[in-house]
Design a binder for this molecule. Structure first.
Ligand code: ADP
Length: 495
C-alpha cells in the first residue's frame, strides 16, 4: 500500500500521508498491516493507513532516544520554541485542510473543527513561548555551598490520545513535552488517525530534527500497550477512558515505573439555581452537553435544577435542544454531526434504552437521527434519580439527565456524589453562592455562568477518578520536567 494518497472531501482535495511517522520519515509498519478508518457520516471507509505494532513502537523509541541524547539535546531552549512557533504557523496556514480532515474522520462540524485547529495552533505557539522560560531556583543553604535546581526534560515520552478532539489533543500533548526538551512517540486513536499524520508532515516542514516527534497509527491493545509497558519510555501521558487509564497505570508500574499523567472520564454536574439568568443558563446547559455531540470528557451530563424554576427550565431546554441543527459536518450551519463510530453509537443507544427501562422519562430525543451515519438525537432524561445507571456512568454522547434539588446543600451533595471529578458548572446571579458552591465542588474545573470553555493558558485535569496531573498552562510543564538539585561546595572538605 502507498505511503500517501489524494483525498477528496466535500470542500477540498489534499494529499494524505498514510505511513507511520518514525525518525522523520513516513514508513510502512514492520508487520505490513493496515487498517481502515471510517467516515461516521456515511459509514463508508475513507482510506486505509499503515498500522504500527510493538516492533514499530520499539523502532520509534530508539529514534526518539537518539534524538533526545543527540540532535534535540544540542538545541537551545529558544530554538525549541521557534520550531513550535513555526509549527503553529503551519497549522494556521493549513487550517482548511486540517479542519476538513477532522470533519471527515471524526464527524465534527467544520465550524467546530476550525475552532479546534485555531486552538491547537494557539496551544503550540503558547508552549513555544514557554520553551526558554523554564528554569529552576538558586537556594540559600549555607555560605560554603551553591545549591540550585534544574528543571530537566524527562526523556522519551509516550503519548496516547483519544478520537474526540484528534488534532487538539495532539497539540495539548506535543506542545508542553517538546517545549520542555523531551522527545515524543504519540499514538493516535484508531478511529481518527488522519489529522495526526497530516500534522506529522507539518513537523517535517517546520524542520524538527528526525526522531523528535514520532507518530504511530495503531490500536490500544497492541501499539498503546507497547508504549505503556516499554522499558525505555520515561513517561506516558494518556487521555481516554478511566478503564484504560487504570490499565496504563498498571503497565507503567509493572514495567519501569515510568511517570504517568492521566486525563480520564467524567460525569460532571451542571447546577442551575433559581436566581440564574435563564436564557444564559439554557444556552450553556445546551452547549455543555451537546457540544462535540456529547463526546467531551468534561461534558455537563448531569443537569441539576433548583425546584423553583425546574418545570420552566425543562420546558425551555427542550425547545433549545430541538433547535440544534443535526446533519452533514461539512454544512456550515451544522451544530451536531454523527457520533464517531458504530461502537460508540451502540453504546449510547444501549444507555438510552437502559434509562427508559430504569424508569426515567425521555423529555426530548432518545432515537437515532436519520437512517445513515451514526447520528443520535439530542436526548433529555427527566425523572432521574442518582442511583440510576444513566446518572452514574459516563455515556459520552448527546444524553443529559436532569434532576431537581431543593437548596445549595443538596446541590453540592448530588454534584459530588460521583467517582469522577473533572468539571462542574454553577449558574447563579449571586456571587456568594457562586463562589461557595464552586469551592465545595470536588472538580478540577468549575465554570460559573458558562460551560465547556477551555483556554490553553489555564490548567485542565481531574480530581478523584478523573485523572492524575494537569494539562495546559504552565502546570503541564511540570508533567514533562524533572527537578535536579545540584550542590556545589565552595569551601574545604568537612571530613
Ligand atoms: P474509547 O473507549 O472512547 O475509545 P479508550 O480509552 O479505549 O477510549 O481509548 C483512548 C486511547 O487509548 C486510544 O488511543 C486507544 O487506542 C488507547 N488504548 C485503548 N486500550 C489501550 C491499552 N490497553 N493500552 C494503551 N492504550 C490503549
Amino acid at each position: 500500500m502507498a505511503l500517501s494518497t489524494s483525498i477528496k472531501t466535500p470542500n477540498l482535495t489534499y494529499e494524505q500521508p498514510l505511513g507511520l511517522f518514525i525518525n522523520g520519515e513516513f514508513v510502512k509498519g514492520v508487520e505490513g498491516k493496515t487498517f481502515e478508518t471510517i467516515n461516521p457520516t456515511d459509514e463508508k471507509p475513507i482510506v486505509s493507513v499503515h498500522e504500527g505494532t510493538e516492533k514499530d513502537v520499539d523502532i520509534a523509541v530508539k529514534a526518539a532516544r537518539a534524538a533526545f541524547e543527540g540532535s534535540w539535546y544540542e538545541k537551545t531552549p529558544g530554538e525549541r520554541g521557534r520550531y513550535l512557533v513555526k509549527l503553529a504557523d503551519l497549522f494556521e496556514r493549513d487550517i482548511e485542510i486540517l479542519a476538513a480532515i477532522e470533519a471527515l474522520d471524526n464527524g465534527k462540524s467544520i465550524t467546530m473543527a476550525k475552532g479546534d485547529v485555531t486552538n491547537a495552533a494557539g496551544c503550540l505557539r503558547y508552549y513555544g513561548g514557554w520553551a526558554d522560560k523554564i528554569h529552576g531556583q538558586t537556594i540559600d543553604t549555607n555560605n560554603q555551598t551553591l545549591s540550585y535546581t534544574r528543571h530537566e526534560p524527562i526523556g522519551v515520552c509516550g503519548q496516547i490520545i483519544p478520537w474526540n478532539f484528534p488534532i487538539l489533543m495532539w497539540s495539548w500533548k506535543i506542545g508542553p513535552a517538546i517545549a520542555a526538551g523531551n522527545t515524543v512517540i504519540l499514538k493516535s486513536a484508531e478511529q481518527t488517525p488522519l489529522s495526526a499524520l497530516y500534522a506529522a508532515q507539518l513537523t517535517k516542514e517546520a524542520g524538527f530534527p528526525a526522531g523528535v516527534i514520532n507518530i504511530i497509527s495503531g490500536f490500544g491493545r497492541t501499539a498503546g500497550a507497547a508504549i505503556s509497558s516499554h522499558m525505555d519510555i520515561d513517561k506516558v501521558a494518556f487521555t481516554g477512558s478511566t478503564l484504560i487509564g487504570r490499565t496504563i497505570l498498571q503497565a507503567a508500574a509493572k514495567s519501569n515505573l515510568k511517570k504517568v499523567t492521566l486525563e480520564l472520564g467524567g460525569k460532571s454536574p451542571n447546577i442551575v439555581f433559581d436566581d440564574a439568568d435563564i436564557d444564559n443558563a439554557i444556552s450553556w446547559a445546551n452547549f455543555g452537553i451537546f457540544y462535540n455531540h456529547g463526546q467531551c470528557c468534561c461534558a455537563g451530563s448531569r443537569l441539576l435544577v433548583q425546584e423553583g424554576i425546574y418545570d420552566k427550565f425543562v420546558a425551555r431546554f427542550r425547545e433549545r435542544a430541538a433547535k440544534n441543527q443535526l446533519g452533514n459536518p461539512f454544512d456550515e450551519g451544522t451544530f451536531q454531526g454523527p457520533q464517531v463510530s458504530q461502537l460508540q453509537f451502540d453504546r449510547i443507544m444501549e444507555y438510552i434504552n437502559h434509562g427508559k427501562n430504569e424508569g426515567a422519562t425521555i423529555a426530548y430525543g432518545g432515537e437515532r437521527h436519520g437512517d445513515k451515519g451514526y447520528f443520535i438525537q439530542p436526548t433529555l432524561f427527566t425523572d432521574v434519580t442518582s442511583d440510576m445507571k444513566i446518572a452514574r456512568e459516563e455515556i459520552f454522547g448527546p444524553v443529559i439527565t436532569v434532576q431537581k434539588f431543593k437548596d445549595e446543600a443538596e446541590a453540592i451533595k448530588i454534584g459530588n456524589a460521583t467517582e469522577y471529578g473533572l468539571a462542574a458548572g454553577v449558574h447563579t446571579k449571586n456571587v456568594n453562592t457562586a463562589i461557595r458552591v464552586s469551592n465545595a465542588l470536588k472538580a478540577g474545573t468549575v465554570w460559573i455562568n458558562n460551560y465547556n470553555l477551555i483556554n490553553y493558558q489555564a490548567p485542565f485535569g481531574g480530581f478523584k477518578a478523573s485523572g492524575i496531573g494537569r494539562e495546559l498552562g504552565s502546570y503541564a510543564l511540570e508533567n514533562y520536567t524533572q527537578v535536579k538539585t545540584v550542590h556545589y561546595r565552595l569551601g574545604d572538605a568537612l571530613f
